[in-house]
Write a protein that binds this ligand. Structure first.
Ligand SMILES: O=C(CO)COP(=O)(O)O
Length: 268
């Protein structure tokens, strides 16, 4: 049985009205490639409304925001609240991306507030977690991930079952290196294991230099629920090829192959 997968397109601070429209039109023309795949399209906030209108009525495509601001913090100049996103018809929101953690100094307590705000308004959070290269070399990957996940494990079963955890190793984002399969597999098992201890199931996707060329390999991980794509989502053609390959018969059927190659990571 083939597994249903998620493809999350994070366009980041890219595009123009014209180029984002070109991508959305390409997706619509090729929506038949979305078999066994749900696409969550996350453009900059200023293109959200147009994309929601474009994808209206296509149930395999949802629109997500790239961030929100938690309520009642100062006046909120320049920020967008969960209420505003819901008002537009947005269903998903990326929270805690490593670029925001780094550039905007977002820390775990602030990210926890954003998560609460999203969940309280019925948005599905896509929480990004991941280690830096330095932390990876020190063998601290699982310790870092456990810290970033702390607090989430208290979510009720119904909230946790909707939550999407995006494992994005910081060193793989925007680089030319996708994380090795055995590392991705170990991390997915670790994250899912953490939730299972409190009888919660959670969706885990991988992000960091995902492309048409490494997609099939990634999808051979049965436990992987999908991918989050940065640069490759800026071309409608590349994005839809990733979607097509994610739904290809046979992707996701090689679970045992990497099982034996589980890498050793220090567990907290
Ligand atoms: O940050 C990412 C997705 O959120 C990944 O970006 P790239 O696919 O460009 O490495």
């Amino acid at each position: 049985m083939n597994k249903h997968r998620l493809v999350i397109a994070n366009l980041k601070m890219n595009g123009s009205r014209k180029s984002v429209r070109a991508i959305s039109q390409f997706i619509i023309q090729n929506k038949s490639r979305l078999s066994l795949v749900d696409l969550i399209f996350c453009p900059s906030d200023i293109y959200l409304e147009r994309c929601i209108d474009d994808f209206q009525g296509i149930d395999t495509i949802q629109v997500g925001a790239q961030d929100l601001w938690s309520d009642n913090l100062f006046g909120g100049t320049g920020d967008t609240s969960a209420e505003m996103l819901v008002d537009l018809g947005v269903s998903y929101v990326i929270i805690g991306h490593s670029e925001r953690r780094k550039v905007h100094q977002e820390n775990d307590p602030l990210i926890a507030k954003k998560l609460e705000s999203a969940v309280a308004r019925g948005l599905t959070p896509i929480l990004c977690i991941g280690e830096t290269q330095e932390e990876r070399i020190k063998g601290d990957t699982l310790k870092v991930l456990a810290r970033q996940l702390k607090g989430l494990l208290n979510f009720t079963e119904s909230v946790a079952s909707k939550l999407i955890i995006a494992y994005e190793p910081v060193w793989a984002v925007g680089s030319s290196k996708c994380a090795p399969l055995n590392e991705v597999n170990s991390v997915i098992q670790f994250i899912k294991g953490q939730f299972r201890q409190s009888r919660r199931e959670v969706n885990v996707v991988y992000g960091g230099s995902v492309s048409e060329t490494n997609l099939i390999q990634l999808m051979s991980l049965q436990a992987l629920d999908g991918v989050i794509v940065g640069r490759a989502s800026l071309s409608g053609d590349r994005l839809m090829e990733i979607c097509r390959l994610s739904g290809v018969e046979g992707s996701g059927n090689n679970a045992g192959k990497v099982g034996g190659a589980m890498m050793r990571m220090s567990v907290v």
